[in-house]
Each structure stands twice: as structure tokens, then as C-alpha cells.
Design a binder for this molecule. Structure first.
Ligand code: FES
Ligand code: FES
Length: 176
């Protein structure tokens, strides 16, 4: 069947089966591969996108149910003020490790901040609970969300852990 869905502000017409997961449509049909396949059963959050601003698991969302709702993916979230603030905070805090879960993390965080601009730790924990990170970047994710919310100063001036490691690796070895 043919479906016209609005993705990141642009209407896309796709010809797929009605029960095709939105994640498949985004990645395989439209070519937006930022949203990731993790578990495929709604448990990991790697595939999270927004439908009219609400975070949903795209692996569990059939394309036929999208209708006229606006789909926003990690490729489009930076165009929103909240998304841009989060992306900057993610960089400042050097949140990302392997990166696989991070698109979903930012999509859940942006849905949270759009609804709750000044979240408490408990509210962050609740909103992010369904997003699993096997690299355990949870502490940095929480710090980045607080920065994006304006609750803590930007960390841009501080060297990120990766920069510190790179500097240490480049330093001459003592006695060499
Ligand atoms: S891939 Fe959708 S929740 Fe894991
Ligand atoms: S950064 Fe590796 S799974 Fe989250």
C-alpha cells in the first residue's frame, strides 16, 4: 500500500505493507539510518523517534498507524531549539561511547525537555528508563540533560575525557 508520511517536515510517499514497522520504513525505504535497530521488541529504545513530539518505539509502530502525525528522527531533531541544546550538551559532556544507543537517548531526552523543561533527576530517570546503554553512559546523559535544560553551566571549556586521553597518549613517555 502507499502511505504519505511527514518525516522531518518533508512528506515522503512509501509503498510498503501496512504492518511494516516505521523503523524499517525510515531506514530501508527512506534511507534515514540514524534510528537504530536494537532489540526489535520495544525494550531497548535504540529506535526511538517522535510522533507529534511524543517519543515512540519505531520498531513497534506500524506505518499504517502514523497517519498525519509528524515524524521526527535524530536527523531532524537538531532543527528544534531543544534538540540543538541537547546535541551541544552531548558533545560538551562527551557522552557518546560506541554510539549505538545515542540517537534513541537524544530523542527520549528531547521529548522530556519539550514537556518538562526543568526536569528533576527522578523525572529524567523515569523518562530515560526505557533507553538502554550497554556502554553505561547514563551519568553523562543525565549531566548533559541538566545542561541542555540550563540547570548547570555549559561544560564547553572543560576538556572532554576523550581529549584528556588523547593528550595523555600523545605526551612523551618519561625517560624515553
Ligand atoms: S529496537 Fe525498538 S526498542 Fe529496541
Ligand atoms: S554508547 Fe554504546 S550502547 Fe550507548
Amino acid at each position: 500500500m502507499s502511505y504519505a508520511i511527514k518525516v522531518n517536515g518533508k512528506v515522503q510517499t512509501v509503498d510498503v505493507e501496512s504492518d511494516t514497522p516505521l523503523l524499517w520504513v525510515l531506514r530501508d525505504t527512506i534511507g534515514l539510518v540514524g534510528s537504530k535497530f536494537g532489540c526489535g521488541v520495544g525494550l531497548c529504545g535504540a529506535c526511538t523517534v517522535h510522533l507529534d513530539g511524543v517519543a515512540v518505539r519505531s520498531c513497534q509502530t506500524q506505518v499504517s498507524t502514523v497517519g498525519t502525525k509528524a515524524v521526527t528522527t535524530i536527523e531532524g531533531i537538531g532543527a528544534t531549539p531543544v534538540g540543538a541544546s541537547l546535541q551541544k550538551a552531548w558533545i560538551d559532556h562527551d557522552v557518546i561511547q560506541c554510539g549505538y544507543c545515542q540517537a534513541g537517548q537524544i530523542m527520549s531526552a528531547s521529548a522530556l525537555l519539550a514537556k518538562t523543561p526543568q526536569p528533576t533527576d527522578v523525572q529524567i530517570d523515569r523518562a530515560m528508563a526505557g533507553n538502554i546503554c550497554r556502554c553505561a553512559t547514563y551519568t553523562r546523559i543525565k549531566s548533559a540533560i541538566h545542561q541542555a535544560a540550563g540547570q548547570t553551566p555549559a561544560l564547553a571549556a572543560a576538556p572532554a575525557p576523550r581529549q584528556v586521553l588523547a593528550a595523555a597518549a600523545a605526551a612523551p613517555t618519561k625517560g624515553a
